[in-house]
Design a protein around this ligand. Structure first.
Ligand code: FES
Ligand code: FES
Length: 159
């Protein structure tokens, strides 16, 4: 099936089998391999992308369901070759080790803070509870999230 969608702000057209997941479509058809395929059944969160503003497990969504949607992958977070404030905070706080979970962590947090820049630590931890990390113990991830939150608050015009 031929589908049209927007990926990281650019129009994309792909020809996929009806059973192709959005995750496989992004990785195999569009070569956006920053979206990681981990468990491939909705448990680990590594494949999380943002579809029309909502964090979505791309292993559980068919590519054809994304027809006409706006999709943001981890590759879409940086601008002009510069890491986003969230990505920079991850780097500063050593919020990744192997990095496998990182794209999903970043997209999940980006979706959260875009919707609610004032999300408190409890909410951040709750939202991240759907993203598994086997390396970091989560503490530096939450620290990075709390630091980066200020940039989203600023972008939202402060309170
Ligand atoms: Fe999609 Fe694990 S690969 S949730
Ligand atoms: Fe290795 Fe999270 S950094 S799984």
């Amino acid at each position: 099936m031929n589908i049209l969608l927007e990926v990281n702000g650019r129009p994309a057209e792909v020809d996929v089998a009806p059973r192709t997941t959005l995750c496989d479509c992004l990785r195999d058809e569009l070569e956006l391999t920053g979206t990681h395929a981990g468990c491939e059944h909705g448990v680990c969160g590594a494949c999380t992308v943002i579809v029309d503003g909502a964090a979505v497990r791309s292993c559980l969504m068919l590519a054809v369901q994304a027809e006409g949607a706006s999709v943001t992958t981890v590759e879409g977070l940086a601008h002009g070759g510069e890491l986003s404030p969230l990505q920079q905070a991850f780097r500063r706080h050593h919020a990744l080790q192997c990095g496998f979970c990182t794209p999903g962590m970043l997209t999940t947090l980006h979706a959260l803070f875009t919707e609610d820049p004032w999300a408190d630590e409890a909410r951040i931890r709750d939202v991240l509870s759907g993203n598994l990390c086997r390396c970091t113990g989560y503490v530096p991830i939450v620290e990075a999230a709390l630091e980066a939150r200020a940039f989203y608050q600023q972008a939202a015009g402060g309170r």
